[in-house]
Structure formats: structure tokens, C-alpha cells
Design a protein around this ligand. Structure first.
Ligand code: APR
Length: 229
């Protein structure tokens, strides 16, 4: 039975009102990556970093899933084989849209991590500078998101899924950040589809591309996949 592996990026959440990173006016035009998305930036100015993630966490709490998130959940429910959703996004819109077992390779805004003992718990709405760990009490709480220079989560599991994929789709990602941008190369036995607003940096590695807003292209694609069987 066909195994479908899907990689999503910020573009799938754009129509839910959550900013992307590299589009016009995106998050990386408002903040320097080295200031808000690296361990060094956090050490240098924890208030700036906690404030950046507190704002994104508050936005994500109020955001609603769009038809693209809901279509992927339907694919997971109705497809007779396995459908694995890997996301670079730290929002929970896939889960709000009904998806299950989503692999958040860059962590989640809803998670907190202790920089001292590695304990994980549900993040408070607002994480303060010097917030203490409920396990070891060290004032080392940080967002459980993967910063540049850190190892993404679930990589062994993701590579194993990619080896087995017969259909691979990348949705709403610019294909500029590794290792996610190389997943299309790992899916050696798969038919590879890119669904994006515009060609990504990796577009030439795909067998098929569909351009347009995810809230339209993803439901259409899911209906076709389900109808084809
Ligand atoms: N529908 C489909 N695609 C869209 C839409 C939309 N409505 N709006 C934007 N896009 C596309 C853009 O064309 C772009 O190719 O989504 C992509 C977003 O790219 P990025 O902003 O680079 O986001 P992403 O690829 O997820 O970034 C990867 O980089 O900064 C790190 O950790 C961060 O997880 C992030 C990673």
C-alpha cells in the first residue's frame, strides 16, 4: 500500500494569519535570526528572545486551521495506507485541523525545555526571563523550539519514513533550510510533488509542481489522491 510522507513549512499556515519567514515582510525581515533564533542570541538577550516567542505563541493560540490543514487530516483519516506529516512549523494548526502524530522537527511553541536538565513541559502563555524548571528548579526555561545550529528533532524516524515513501509532498516551504530542504532527495522511491505559492529553491528536484495558495491547492490535491487510490 502506498505510504505518503508530507513536509510542511510556514506557507501552509500563512492563510491562518501566521507570518512566514522569507516572504515580503516576513519574520526574518522584522528580526535578525542571530538575535532571536540561536542559542547565542538567547544567552545574549533572553528578554528579547522570550518576548519574540511569547508573541508568536499568543498568535498561534488564537489562529485557526485553514482548508489545507483540514485536507491533510482528511487524507490521514481516509487513506488506506500510512500518511506521515512532518512539519517545520512550531504552531499546532495541523493538530487543530485534526491531524495526528505530527512530527515537529523544529519543536513547538506549546513546549518548554529546561536548558539545564533537559526536562520538557507545557509552556506557559508567557515565559519569563529566568523562569524556573519544575523539575530541577534551575532558572533555565526556554521555548522548546530548535534554533539555528541545533539538531532538529525526530531525524532518524523522518529518514526512515522517507526511505519508505511512495508519495512525497512538500507544502509551503521555501526549501532554503536544511535538513528539511534535502528530504525530497531522500524520498528516492517516491513520486515527488511541490505545492507552493511560487517555485521553491528545490523546485527542480520535484516530479510535479502545483502553484497557488495552500488553502486551494492542498484540498484539490488531496481529493485527487483519494480518488486515484
Ligand atoms: N500557500 C502556499 N505557499 C505559501 C503561501 C500560501 N498561502 N504563502 C507563502 N507560501 C510559501 C512561500 O512562497 C515560501 O516558499 O511558503 C514558503 C515559506 O517559506 P519560508 O518563509 O522560508 O518558511 P519555511 O520554508 O517554513 O522556513 C523553514 O526556516 O527560519 C527557519 O525554523 C524556521 O521552520 C522555519 C524554516
Amino acid at each position: 500500500m502506498q505510504k505518503i510522507v508530507i513536509l510542511t513549512g510556514a506557507g501552509i499556515s500563512a492563510e491562518s494569519g501566521l507570518g512566514t519567514f522569507r516572504d515580503e515582510g516576513g519574520l526574518w525581515s522584522q528580526h535578525r535570526i542571530e538575535d532571536v533564533a540561536t542559542p547565542e542570541g538567547f544567552a545574549r538577550d533572553p528578554a528579547l528572545v522570550q518576548g519574540f516567542y511569547n508573541a508568536r505563541r499568543a498568535q498561534a493560540v488564537d489562529a485557526r486551521p485553514n482548508p489545507a490543514h483540514e485536507a491533510l487530516a482528511r487524507l490521514q483519516r481516509d487513506w488506506p495506507g500510512e500518511v506521515v506529516i512532518v512539519t517545520q512549523n512550531v504552531d499546532d494548526l495541523h493538530e487543530k485541523g485534526g491531524a495526528r502524530d505530527v512530527l515537529h522537527m523544529h519543536g513547538t511553541l506549546a513546549g518548554a525545555l529546561c536548558g539545564a536538565c533537559g526536562h520538557r513541559w507545557s509552556a506557559p502563555a508567557e515565559m519569563a526571563v529566568g523562569e524556573t524548571c519544575p523539575e530541577c528548579n534551575a532558572p533555565r526555561a526556554r521555548p522548546d523550539v530548535v534554533w539555528f545550529g541545533e539538531m532538529p528533532y525526530h531525524m532518524d524516524e523522518i529518514f526512515a519514513h522517507l526511505q519508505e515513501a511512495t508519495l512525497f509532498a512538500a507544502i509551503g516551504t521555501s526549501g532554503q533550510v536544511y535538513p528539511a530542504a534535502a528530504f525530497v532527495e531522500e524520498a528516492v522511491g517516491a513520486h515527488r510533488v511541490e505545492l507552493n505559492l511560487e517555485p521553491s529553491a528545490a523546485v527542480s528536484r520535484f516530479d510535479e509542481t502545483r502553484f497557488g495558495p495552500a488553502s486551494r491547492t492542498v484540498p484539490d490535491w488531496v481529493e485527487e489522491v483519494l480518488a486515484r487510490g
